[in-house]
Design a binder for this molecule. Structure first.
Ligand code: F6R
Length: 605
């Protein structure tokens, strides 16, 4: 997804190009197609350089290192409006190259506004909504004669959620708007900067002001004025000091972040286990959950799958039902029945996923209930907007496919459900000691997966599609395994309930057609029948389960999981599919850290 960083210094900075390139690297984990910078001085000189490609490639090709200036903007763009091309790359200029700007998010009425502006005489160079935004500001700037009024007027025309930064060619200030997407201001000695991402700022200063929706800021190198976007009224807020660490994520000898992050899952799970009992928010969250009748839970992608496993944990351990939906469907499914006393659990690694933020905003509008955010990135919008934040302590996750964060998300749910049962004195089928097993099980699962993966790859490497079936508590693992394969291998795999397979999909099975089964010992009798249904049609059965002679007999390939614990099998099985997807993707020449078309943080609808 797009991200930007902009800075204004009190004097010419010869390192400007390097500073912007470094900030660009900080934004790059989001996944993007184009990179660009604009650098300006106070005499009306500017230098705009942008192209398709990764920040380092473009910076090398276009010599960003030679850029010097007082003001600079860097933007990385993930294509939504307009193909990835130099014209659609950001930053953008207005018709006369008098205003420059970049944005993050989406202006959803781009097509109609663009047509209108073209009729009014505006000259566009590409199709991007960021360019449109600059032209809309230009229109009002020409009318009003100043940026503050122009930005406020433009905000009325621009529909959608975005954050942007703008600057005039003949000026000394910068302007940044927050309307839906995240935006942070950083105040330093002799400079002020803004960014969509906190880490880009933390390289420069620890005095941070997170902007809120509907605010915009005018800033020079020494001072800033924060205003309400609607009324223009000045808002008085001071930046706060933050101790947050920016960790330089390195591959540390691993060929990709994905495998590094899979391998560090046991350690991250262990760190989470140390945090859980001492963190007051967890206790408070469980009290809220226990006191609430109607509890909704939502997320997208991997976070949705973690949430779904959470629903199973809550049902089986705490005897507490949770109502789940994909974030993108929440309003449609649950909107009509929301009530004031409901509770919402939102699960998001990044804390910036637009679909999830939409749910939070929708819930605020339609219920007076509390929101609990289960997030990895603590300064994120979802963390800031939640009443209670439960950190998952996974550290920064760079690779686009989520791996270690899934493990910690589900460990959080295991803990919450155990605590919920304990506080309500519900007899639970598992004790707290199960938590201590998580890091070891994950570690051993990685080991077994690495041992067995080549056998599975030989069997499926030329296959264009397959099924992964789960039953009960292993169903979320089937969904997550299948998502990993789609993301990283570009092969269609479908996760579904093994009990549903006979109601249609079974007809696809022919000689050698691969079907994965994930099962627990407790469910093996039911799953054995489902396996037989495939076996008798000569399908190839690949089983992911604890060692079990009977299951092994019917299977063509067997992945013996290192645990037979009912609640840990979904975690262990998911690790196997993470390792499988990684290895198969790499074998096919795919960069697993940056799969095509997708991004780490989806900040659009
Ligand atoms: C899968 C993946 C995505 C995300 C989804 C939600 O590997 O990375 O499916 O899980 O976009 O993202 P968060 O958790 O940041 O809200």
């Amino acid at each position: 997804m797009c991200g930007f960083f902009a800075i204004v210094f009190d004097k010419e900075n010869k390192e400007m190009g390097k500073i912007l390139t470094k900030a660009g690297r900080r934004l790059s984990y989001r996944g993007y197609d184009t990179s660009g910078v604009v650098v300006l001085d106070d005499k009306g000189n500017f230098d705009l350089r942008k192209d398709v490609g990764k920040i380092d490639e473009v910076a090398n090709r276009m010599n960003f290192h030679e850029l010097s200036g007082k003001r600079g903007i860097v933007q990385l763009r993930w294509a939504t409006f307009g193909y990835p091309s130099p014209e659609n790359a950001q930053p953008h200029a207005d018709c006369d190259e008098l205003i420059f700007g970049a944005h993050n998010g989406n202006v959803v009425n781009t097509h109609s506004l663009r047509e209108k502006l073209i009729k009014e005489g505006h000259k566009f160079r590409g199709e991007n909504d960021g360019e449109l935004l600059v032209h809309v500001v230009e229109k009002y700037w020409k009318r009003e004669g100043n940026m503050v009024a122009a930005i406020m007027k433009a905000a009325h025309d621009l529909e959608g959620d975005y954050a942007c930064v703008l600057t005039e060619r003949y000026g000394e200030k910068m302007y940044a708007v927050k309307k839906g997407s995240s935006l942070f201001l950083g105040v330093g000695d002799g400079f002020i900067c803004v960014s969509s991402d906190l880490p880009a700022i933390l390289d420069h200063t620890r005095h941070i002001l997170p902007l809120e929706d509907g605010e915009f800021v005018e800033f020079g190198p020494d001072n800033f004025i924060l205003r309400d976007l609607e009324t223009g009224e000045v808002i008085w807020k001071e930046p706060q000091h933050t101790d947050m660490e920016v960790k330089e994520a390195e591959k540390e000898g691993y060929p990709h972040f994905m495998i590094k992050e899979i391998e560090e899952s046991p350690k991250k799970a262990e760190e989470l286990l140390h945090l859980l009992p001492s963190h007051p928010s967890y206790e408070e969250a469980v009290d809220l959950i226990n006191a609430t009748e109607k509890i909704y839970i939502t997320g997208a992608g991997t976070s949705y799958h973690a949430a779904l496993l959470g629903v199973y944990y809550f049902s089986k351990i705490a005897k507490k039902p949770l109502l789940i939906s994909f974030a993108s469907e929440f309003a449609e499914l649950h909107g009509p029945v929301l009530e004031d006393q409901d509770l919402l659990l939102v699960v998001s690694q990044s804390g910036e996923t637009k679909d999830v933020k939409n749910v939070l905003d929708y819930f605020r509008e339609h219920s007076k209930g509390k929101v609990i955010g289960i997030v990895n990135v603590l300064g994120s919008t979802i963390a800031l907007k939640s009443d209670l934040v439960l950190p998952i302590a996974s550290d920064i996750e760079i690779s686009v496919p989520a791996t270690k964060t899934f493990i910690n998300q589900v460990t959080v749910f295991l803990y919450l459900s155990l605590l919920s049962a304990k506080k309500r004195m519900i007899p639970s089928p598992a004790g707290f000691d199960i938590l201590e097993l998580v890091p070891g099980v994950v570690k051993e699962s990685i080991g077994i997966a690495k041992e067995k993966v080549s056998e599975v790859i030989d069997a499926i490497k030329d296959i264009k599609e397959f099924y992964i079936l789960g039953y009960g508590i292993t169903y979320p693992a089937a969904l997550e395994g299948s998502l990993k394969v789609k993301e990283v291998v570009y092969v269609h795999s479908e996760g579904m309930y093994s009990g549903e397979f006979k109601h249609g999909p079974l007809s696809i099975v022919e000689d050698g057609y691969p079907v994965f089964f994930i099962t627990t010992r407790e469910d093996r009798h039911m799953v054995l029948s489902h396996m037989n249904e495939v076996k008798t049609r000569r399908g190839k059965i690949i089983t992911v389960a604890p060692p079990d002679p009977e299951l092994e007999r019917i299977s063509d390939i067997y992945i013996p999981l290192p645990t037979s614990n009912y609640f840990l099998i979904p975690i262990s099985a998911t690790v196997f599919f993470q390792v499988l997807a990684y290895n198969l993707g790499v074998l096919k020449g795919i960069d697993p850290d940056h799969p095509r078309n997708i991004s780490k943080t989806i900040t659009v609808d």
